[in-house]
Design a protein around this ligand. Structure first.
Ligand code: GRF
Length: 215
């Protein structure tokens, strides 16, 4: 068996959510935090879009928010270096990408290895990238779903934490399939973050093992 390369910390953590749009996954994570299902606080909501609905909602809830304007940075590396400074300044333990429409630079991925997770609306490694509900329909797959995974420099290819499956129906449109998948996203994303701060995620090679409580 592969060596253990990472074990998630058992601690009360501090989460940063990165988003560019609607923010429904952010809201699901925050609800789980409020319920006490995730042993963490949301310490930052960061966006590259000033009017992202998720950012507006976070502000209304009184959470700490940050709009980091890409136009103020010459390169993606410069932008992500500023991101790292913001994360370090707030002692963030885990970054949750939730519809964040920027590809992270290798520098950011390495600085926060095993400390960034993402939700993707397909069963990885099938259908990485964008417009994946459309692609699932066009391929005629019978099942699709969603994946929570650690973020590595290669887009949508980090170690898989949780997945959920939904059927693809013959009369599905991109919208109906996306809606069916989203229901599952809102379950498994908070669950995965909860497991993280319960100290129950162990990475061996490219596999993530879910440890028993108290293990
Ligand atoms: C979700 O479908 C998620 O899987 C993908 O982007 C979408 C974000 O939706 N990464 P929301 O902003 O969380 O509502």
């Amino acid at each position: 068996m592969d060596d253990v390369v990472f074990r998630s910390p058992r601690k009360r953590g501090r989460i940063a959510v990165f988003l560019s749009g609607r923010g429904s996954n952010f809201m699901a994570i925050r609800e789980a935090v409020e319920r006490g299902d995730i042993d963490a606080e949301v310490g930052l909501v960061l966006s590259n879009k000033p009017d992202a609905p998720g950012l507006v909602q976070a502000r209304a809830w009184g959470l700490e928010t940050l709009f980091l304007d890409p136009k103020l940075f010459a390169t993606r590396e410069d932008y992500d270096r500023a991101v790292v400074r913001e994360l370090e300044g707030r002692r963030v333990d885990l970054v949750c990408l939730a519809g964040y429409m920027r590809v992270l630079t290798p520098g950011l991925c390495q600085a926060y290895e095993h400390r960034i997770v993402n939700i993707h609306p397909a069963l990885l490694p099938s259908f990485p990238g964008l417009h994946v509900q459309r692609k699932a329909i066009d391929w005629g797959v019978r099942f699709s779903g969603c994946t929570v995974h650690f973020v590595a420099a290669e887009v949508d290819m980090g170690p898989i934490i949780l997945q959920a499956v939904v059927p693809v129906l013959q009369d599905d449109t991109e919208e109906t399939l996306a809606a069916r998948i989203l229901v599952e996203e809102h379950k498994i994303y908070p669950e995965a973050v909860g497991l993280y701060f319960a100290g129950r995620l162990e990475v061996r090679g490219r596999r993530v093992f879910i440890l028993e409580p108290g293990a």
